[in-house]
Design a protein around this ligand. Structure first.
Ligand SMILES: [Fe+2]
Ligand SMILES: [Fe+2]
Length: 206
């Protein structure tokens, strides 16, 4: 049995997302412990790289630069921690293909500024929120070492979600609620529909 509401998960995250992670994904993850960690490592590296690309593109936004520099550092630290954990477990870090997930949202990002940045930040908030929720969902099923590591990640990814959303909200006068609702709906679809391969952000087994 898997609990939908983990006590360590901030309630706000579940309210923000369209749906909780389906139980079928949790079972899928537990059947694929090696891929879970390899793809987790990939996700941390990509999270750092997304933050870095914002540092290059929006050099006049000091609030964004400060938040993203810190975020990139934290994600790289998480990456280092996953790699170390994998090493301890004798898991070989091999290249694996990306989930359809991030691209499934990014393809809807508008190309004009400042809309582009608003969308990129909203997508960032959603990815962080889902990661936070998935770590929390896995914790009750994991060994002590991994559970302890993931408990720490629930806190930091929850904070990253807040940072991204705050950065998106302070841009422009217009409300971003419609855009958030749009991307949340896309994300819900990617999470709840059949997927071909197991990944940290995959849908459910076909
Ligand atoms: Fe992370
Ligand atoms: Fe993060």
């Amino acid at each position: 049995m898997t609990a939908t509401h983990d006590p360590r998960l901030p309630g706000e995250i579940l309210d923000f997302l369209a749906c909780p992670t389906p139980a079928a994904w949790v079972d899928w993850a537990l059947e694929n412990p090696e891929t879970l960690l390899i793809d987790h490592a990939q996700c941390e590296k990509k999270a750092a790289s997304t933050a870095m690309s914002l540092l290059y593109r929006y050099v006049d936004d000091s609030e964004l630069l400060t938040k993203m520099a810190r975020l990139a550092r934290e994600e790289l630290l998480h990456f280092e921690q996953v790699v170390k954990l994998m090493e301890g477990r004798g898991i070989v870090y091999r290249p694996i293909g990306a989930a359809r997930y991030a691209e499934g949202m990014r393809r809807h990002v508008r190309s004009q500024e400042p809309q582009r940045l608003v969308d990129v930040l909203i997508v960032g908030a959603i990815i962080e929120a889902r990661s936070c929720e998935r770590f929390a969902r896995l914790i009750p099923h994991l060994d002590d070492e991994l559970a302890k590591f993931y408990r720490g990640l629930v806190k930091s990814e929850g904070r990253h979600y807040e940072d991204y959303l705050m950065l998106a909200r302070r841009l422009g006068e217009e409300s971003i609620d419609d855009r958030v609702a749009f991307f949340i709906a896309q994300e819900g679809e990617l999470i709840t529909t059949p997927d071909t391969e197991f990944r940290f952000h995959s849908g459910v087994p076909a």
